[in-house]
Write a protein that binds this ligand. Structure first.
Ligand SMILES: Cc1cc2nc3c(=O)[nH]c(=O)nc-3n(C[C@H](O)[C@H](O)[C@H](O)COP(=O)(O)OP(=O)(O)OC[C@H]3O[C@@H](n4cnc5c(N)ncnc54)[C@H](O)[C@@H]3O)c2cc1C
Length: 443
């Protein structure tokens, strides 16, 4: 068995989560870290037009969380970066982060990992995992961290993709509004991309309709001149009851955006992934965007809405979300089922040692701060300071999480990996402490 310091680590993905985990592993002195990356760029999703072919970033994309909340705890944005960094700022930031922490030289660009398999020696001896690249080379690693993102494989709804006879486009492929000038556009969805894209195209479109089947609460970006996320983060205190926090946030949203029902949306009755937009509400108020609550049927280019109206459209933009895609992981290790993966604390596949997943969640705040907590959790295990529970305990924990999500969220493919960040961070704290006690008992 190898001790900390001598291990070989493979991190798959040079996006925010992979870089973050690599940084913590390097700093912990756990061993040698190699980062594999498909393309020639650092930053994953935040690199507009990334030659990995996977980035969903569009020209007008700004992060929803303000810069001080978005930055990692030990590396700030350059002075002068705007309050809500755009994709250029984010890309530059992640490139600088990699450079600052000596990660760039560890990245093997143009190295797509196609398979991660337990080595023949798995369970007996190190190394444990074999990493196969597209070019056919296979390398052995003691540990593998999969940080490949989960917002790159479009979730197409056949009814829209096949049923609509005009131009069809998933939001993943949307880059800029110019190709849509003068077109009548139906945007399906009410998530962050839907709000951004509808706001982009509506200015030069004779008709933009947004179809929001689910209830929504569209948070503002600014309140009293401050970033909304800076204010709401103050409410994320453990002593504030969740119901109170949610009510206060709903009230603040009401102060800025009024009633969602007045805009034409269904009210939000369950938890949902937060939607934030500074611009969509005025566009709705100006009637540049019409809101509909559902589609009854589509005939050719005509879309029949469930309020009895219908209209012809040139383009349908499906902001219908993404599917988790882990083609490099054999189903015998971890299977993606109904857009869900059974990971203990969203990190470990029960029964498999030395394989970790980073960033396999959606949450209510800036992801970077949660990536850091996940990375520290992994490092505690790697430094031998904590021990994992057995597979049965992990499976029971995963089931409990699924039941919680079923009770609190609308059941849909969109919410399978949703986490309330405060609860999740607490959970990681508790499980790490339990892991330390487990180790002490075993000693
Ligand atoms: C429209 C949109 C808006 C968003 N807004 C916010 C926001 O406001 N705040 C926020 O915190 N987050 C936001 N996000 C979430 C965003 O996904 C995260 O901020 C972050 O980029 C995720 O980082 P990641 O490293 O996990 O994944 P990615 O950024 O997707 O990086 C994954 C990396 O892995 C590489 N990779 C994949 N497969 C392989 C392979 N087989 N071999 C080698 N390399 C591989 C990819 O090339 C890529 O570089 C938004 C996402 C979208 C789509």
């Amino acid at each position: 068995m190898l001790g900390g310091g001598a291990r070989r680590y493979a991190v798959i993905g040079a996006g925010a989560s992979g870089l973050c985990c690599a940084k913590y592993l390097v700093q912990s002195g756990c061993g040698d870290v190699t980062i594999f990356e498909i393309g020639t760029q650092i930053g994953g999703l935040w690199c507009y037009g990334n030659d990995n072919g996977l980035s969903s970033a569009y020209k007008t994309l700004h992060i929803n969380t303000a810069r001080n909340l978005t930055s990692f705890s030990d590396f700030g944005f350059d002075d002068g970066v705007q309050m809500f960094p755009d994709h250029r700022d984010m890309h530059r930031y992640l490139v600088s982060y990699a450079e600052h922490f000596g990660l760039t030289r560890r990245i093997r660009f143009e190295s797509r990992v196609v398979k991660v398999e337990p080595a023949a020696t798995y369970g007996r001896d190190a190394p444990r995992w074999e990493v196969r690249l597209e070019n056919g080379t296979v390398e052995a690693f003691d540990r593998v961290i999969v940080a490949t993102g989960h917002l790159s494989k479009p979730l197409h709804v056949p009814e829209f993709q096949d049923g609509f006879k005009g131009e069809y486009l998933h939001s993943h492929y949307y880059r800029e509004p110019e190709p849509f000038v003068g077109k009548r556009i139906c945007v399906i969805g009410v998530g962050n991309s839907a709000c951004d894209i509808a706001s982009d195209v509506c200015v030069t479109s004779p008709k933009t309709v947004m179809v929001a089947r689910s209830g929504v609460m569209i948070g503002p970006k600014l309140i009293f001149g401050y970033a909304f996320t800076d204010i709401t983060m103050k409410l994320y205190r453990r002593w504030i009851p969740d119901a109170v926090r949610r009510r206060v946030i709903a009230f603040l949203v009401y102060l800025i955006h009024g009633r969602m029902t007045d805009l034409g949306f269904k009210p939000l009755t369950q938890r949902a992934h937060p939607t934030t937009s500074a611009v969509v509400v005025p566009h709705i108020a100006y009637r540049r965007i019409l809101v509909k609550q559902g589609i009854e049927r589509i005939e050719g280019r005509r879309i029949f809405f469930n309020d009895g109206t219908s209209d012809e459209f040139d383009t349908l933009i499906a902001c219908t979300g993404y599917l988790i895609d882990l083609p490099m992981i054999p189903p015998s290790v971890l299977e993606v089922k109904d857009n869900a993966v059974d990971l203990y604390k969203r990190i470990c596949a029960p029964g498999w040692e030395g394989l970790y997943f980073m960033g396999m969640f959606n949450t209510t705040t800036a992801l970077n701060l949660v990536f850091e907590r996940q990375a520290r959790w992994i490092c505690a295990l790697e430094r031998g300071e904590a021990a994992l529970p057995g597979p049965e305990e992990m499976r029971a924990d995963i089931q409990a999480k699924k039941d919680w999500i079923d009770r609190h969220y609308k059941q849909s493919l969109r919410h399978t990996i949703e986490e309330e960040h405060l609860f999740y961070l607490d959970e990681l704290d508790r499980s790490e402490k339990a892991g330390r006690r487990r180790l002490a008992r075993a000693a």
